[in-house]
Ligand binder design. Structure first.
Ligand code: NDP
Length: 295
């Protein structure tokens, strides 16, 4: 058996096509959705990510503001910049590019972003709302929907695209980071899956994974999950992005063996990566719409 490919690039393009007219409509109504990014330092990988985010904004007509501070900036300088952006009515979403230089208190900076402008969804208030949600309606259909962290939101959109229902399925998330694993866990739970979260201390990872109808892997170890760890027919979403010594990227799932067992599988690159960026656009649009809702 050979799995169907879950094409994140194609799905991201489809979603961008839906975002653009919504941005245009909001703009006509006098609200031009705006995203501000703040990059501290000159990390080359971060510079590449920032450029691709601004390019994506341009494609759908979102106004973007590119702010930079030097590597030697102080905590107070970074905090002041965030406060300025919180007060700027043209800015609906604020993204602070991680990682920040070591002298900066990342948690303090992320918590300072106003929850209504928290485009990455990492503010404790928004994570708390996500964690407290009884079901998906509490997240996506509330009077002011929650900005859900972008990569996890992209994972769920990819699973929806397969047509495989989430409710009642066994889902396994490998990795428990705040950025990926835990929000994916909360989202799957809100869609009524029975969810297990595995991590570096989980004994017999292979057996845990083999129980998964839906398997989401975010650990950062190249090709760690092999075909014999995948349940036949499972949906496999590989979040991992590992740089190969020879150049190029590979995932945390061994694509070649896993595709022989899985029913659906994301490639790396071209799976979760493009979805993360399009969800950033979707969250900016959401926050701009939320700004029109009375407090
Ligand atoms: P973290 O390093 O923050 O977390 C890794 C998680 O994997 C931890 O919970 C860790 O467990 C777990 N883990 C480590 N080793 C093992 C193991 N041998 N068996 C089981 N679990 C293990 O990583 P992130 O969540 O930030 O990122 C994960 C991957 O996803 C990376 O490759 C990253 O580049 C990629 N990524 C991709 C994005 C995209 O847009 N495509 C966006 C964000 C991340 P423990 O907690 O016990 O240490």
């Amino acid at each position: 058996m050979s799995a169907q490919i879950l094409d994140g690039k194609a799905l991201a393009a489809e979603i961008r096509g839906k975002i653009k007219p919504e941005v245009d409509a909001l703009k006509s109504a006098g609200v031009w959705p705006g995203l501000a990014t703040l990059l501290v330092g000159e990390n080359p990988a971060s510079q590449v990510y920032i450029r691709s985010k601004h390019k994506a904004c341009q494609e759908v007509g979102i106004r973007s503001f590119n702010l930079t501070l030097s590597q030697s900036s102080t905590n107070a300088e970074v905090m002041r910049k965030v406060e300025d952006l919180n007060a700027d009515p043209q800015v609906h979403g604020i993204l602070v590019q991680l990682p920040l230089p070591l002298q900066i208190d990342s948690n303090a900076v992320l918590s300072l972003i106003h929850p209504d402008k928290d485009v990455d969804g990492f503010h404790p208030q928004n994570l708390g709302r996500l964690f407290s949600a009884k079901d998906a309606r509490d997240i996506f259909s509330a009077a002011k929907p929650i900005p859900v962290p972008c990569t996890p939101q992209g994972v769920i959109a990819l699973i929806h695209k397969t047509g495989v229902p989430i409710a009642g399925r066994n889902a396994v998330v490998v990795g428990r980071s705040v950025i990926v694993g835990k929000p994916v866990f909360s989202l799957l739970l809100a869609h009524h899956a029975t969810v297990t979260i595995a991590h570096s201390q989980t004994p017999n990872l292979a057996a845990v994974c083999r129980d998964a109808d839906l398997l989401v892997v975010a650990i950062g170890i190249a090709n760690k999950i092999t075909g014999n760890m995948v349940k036949p027919g499972a949906v496999v979403v590989d979040v991992g992005m590992n740089r190969l010594a020879a150049g190029g990227l590979c995932g945390d799932v061994d694509f070649e063996t896993a595709k022989e067992t899985a029913g659906w599988i994301t490639p790396v690159p071209g799976g979760v990566g493009p979805m993360t960026i399009v969800m950033l656009l979707q969250n900016t649009l959401l926050l701009a719409k939320n700004s029109c809702v009375a407090a």
